[in-house]
Ligand binder design. Structure first.
Ligand code: SAH
Length: 427
């Protein structure tokens, strides 16, 4: 059992892992009131002083002579961002153009110190665009009848995974819509066969399943699971995900945690109905979940969804959310997401300079890639079959950032060695 102290800000996460599903709701309401509630009653004070004091908390925690990237990761101090209240996070997210530079530089320093300079490439295979869900923002939603649907066969998936491993990827991400055509057993067999033939870590991102199904996937050797919480506002969650709830999502995340996956979550920036405080709550939730990875990217409207006419997420706010997540989660892997890169031609570089240390190039065969249209105009459509490794290497070398040659497991002490399959029950 992992141990937490109150000080490291993950007490609530512990409670999550231990709680039976029915209590998750109550725990969620704790999350949304702690910390920062005391300040909130007096009303938020969005002054320069607030920004400065939030920055000072991190600077003080880093110490005056912060040793930066000496080749050894400083795997200590998850307390770094624990002192930030929800109000502090709002103040950081409200940073103007000048303050923003201070925030980005600080996030870059924290990234360098805790995660080093190397960038991890995760090759993503989008193996099915069928989906039983009807998420209002997503082009794969069930009710989008305009989209031609595809499923890759297990053999096709294995071939693509082998090619990606040969191209140098050390993590393969298998993502799909919530498609129950693939039973947990099918996914488990894919994972086993990929891991038998290539020295890669496998991340699954196949949506909401039962604990039993997740257990089968974990037993097969899946290392990580990515399930974004999307938004920490339960009402907004309900409106955007017909028939689904934030509590249900959190319950899945609790199961994944308990089964020994390295857990990835994350949120969308710029959803209609969202405020800066909602995004602050997203960061507080990610910290409470103590995630090993967080994908934070802007909303991009899809023309064949009910949100077609909504404006896209803001680039600066997306970068600020990423930077604040780095301060709150010094040891998390944070990608410069594809959605961010789709918003602005230079956004990958910007993301890598304000907290990100991961890129997820798309290695899906081109014939399918164009059909995995969660939003239109993805930069993935302009990348070659191998995801564009050469171009990425050039961009990274201009930033002085090497490509990692490891699988890039979480640097937290509990993941330092290879990931054993947890002997946890499926019930
Ligand atoms: N079925 C899986 C994978 C979903 S697609 C699951 O539920 O986890 C992967 C991610 O794409 C989602 O988690 C969501 O955050 C993001 N996404 C979907 N539509 C989007 C849009 N219009 N703009 C930005 N991100 C979007």
């Amino acid at each position: 059992m992992r141990r937490y102290s109150v000080r490291d800000g993950t007490l609530y996460a512990t409670a999550f892992y231990l709680a039976p599903p029915k209590q998750v709701h109550r725990l969620h309401s704790m999350i949304s009131t702690v910390p920062g509630e005391r300040h909130e009653r007096r009303g938020p004070r969005m002054t320069e002083h607030n920004f400065a004091s939030a920055v000072k908390k991190i600077q003080d925690a880093l110490g005056p002579d912060c040793p930066e990237a000496r080749g050894v990761r400083a795997v200590t101090s998850p307390v770094l961002g624990a002192e930030l209240t929800e109000d502090d996070i709002v103040a950081l997210l409200d940073a103007g153009p000048q303050e923003q530079q201070t925030l980005f530089a600080l996030a870059d320093k924290v990234r360098k110190r805790f995660m080093g300079n190397a960038v991890h490439l995760r090759g993503i295979i989008e193996f099915s665009n069928y989906c039983v869900r009807d998420c209002l923002y997503c082009g794969l939603r069930r009710d989008n009848r305009k989209l031609a649907r595809y499923r890759m066969s297990i053999d096709e998936i294995l071939k693509v995974a082998a090619k990606a491993a040969a191209a140098g990827y050390r993590t393969i991400v298998l993502q799909s819509g919530d498609d129950f055509h693939y039973r947990a057993d099918d996914i488990a067999r894919m994972v086993e066969r990929i891991k038998r033939t290539a020295a890669v870590a496998v991340t699954l991102s196949v949506g909401e399943r039962s604990r039993k199904e997740y257990a089968v996937m974990r037993q097969a050797g899946a290392d990580r699971f990515l399930l974004k919480h999307e938004t920490a506002d339960p009402d907004l969650y309900r409106r955007l995900h017909p028939g689904m709830t934030l509590d249900g999502r959190l319950e899945c995340l609790a199961h994944l945690r308990d089964l020994g996956f390295q857990v990835g979550s994350g949120n969308i920036v710029g959803l209609p109905g969202q405020t800066v405080r909602t995004i602050a709550k997203d960061v507080v939730l990610l910290r409470a979940l103590d995630v090993e990875m967080a994908g934070i990217g802007p909303f991009i409207p899809h023309p064949d969804t009910p949100l077609a006419s909504c404006p896209p997420g803001d680039l600066a706010m997306s970068l600020k959310a990423l930077a604040v997540a780095r301060l709150a989660l010094p040891l998390a892997h944070l990608p410069a997401t594809t959605a961010l890169a789709t918003l602005h031609p230079d956004a990958r570089r910007m993301g890598l300079s304000c907290g990100a240390n991961v890129i997820m190039p798309n290695v899906t065969p081109l014939e399918f890639r164009r059909l995995y249209e969660i939003y239109p105009g993805s930069i993935a459509l302009r990348a070659p079959e191998d995801g564009g490794i050469a171009e990425i290497r050039t961009m990274l070398s201009s930033l002085g950032r090497p490509v990692s040659d490891t699988c890039g497991h979480s640097p937290k002490p509990e993941w330092a060695r290879a990931t054993r399959v947890a002997h946890t029950s499926a019930h």
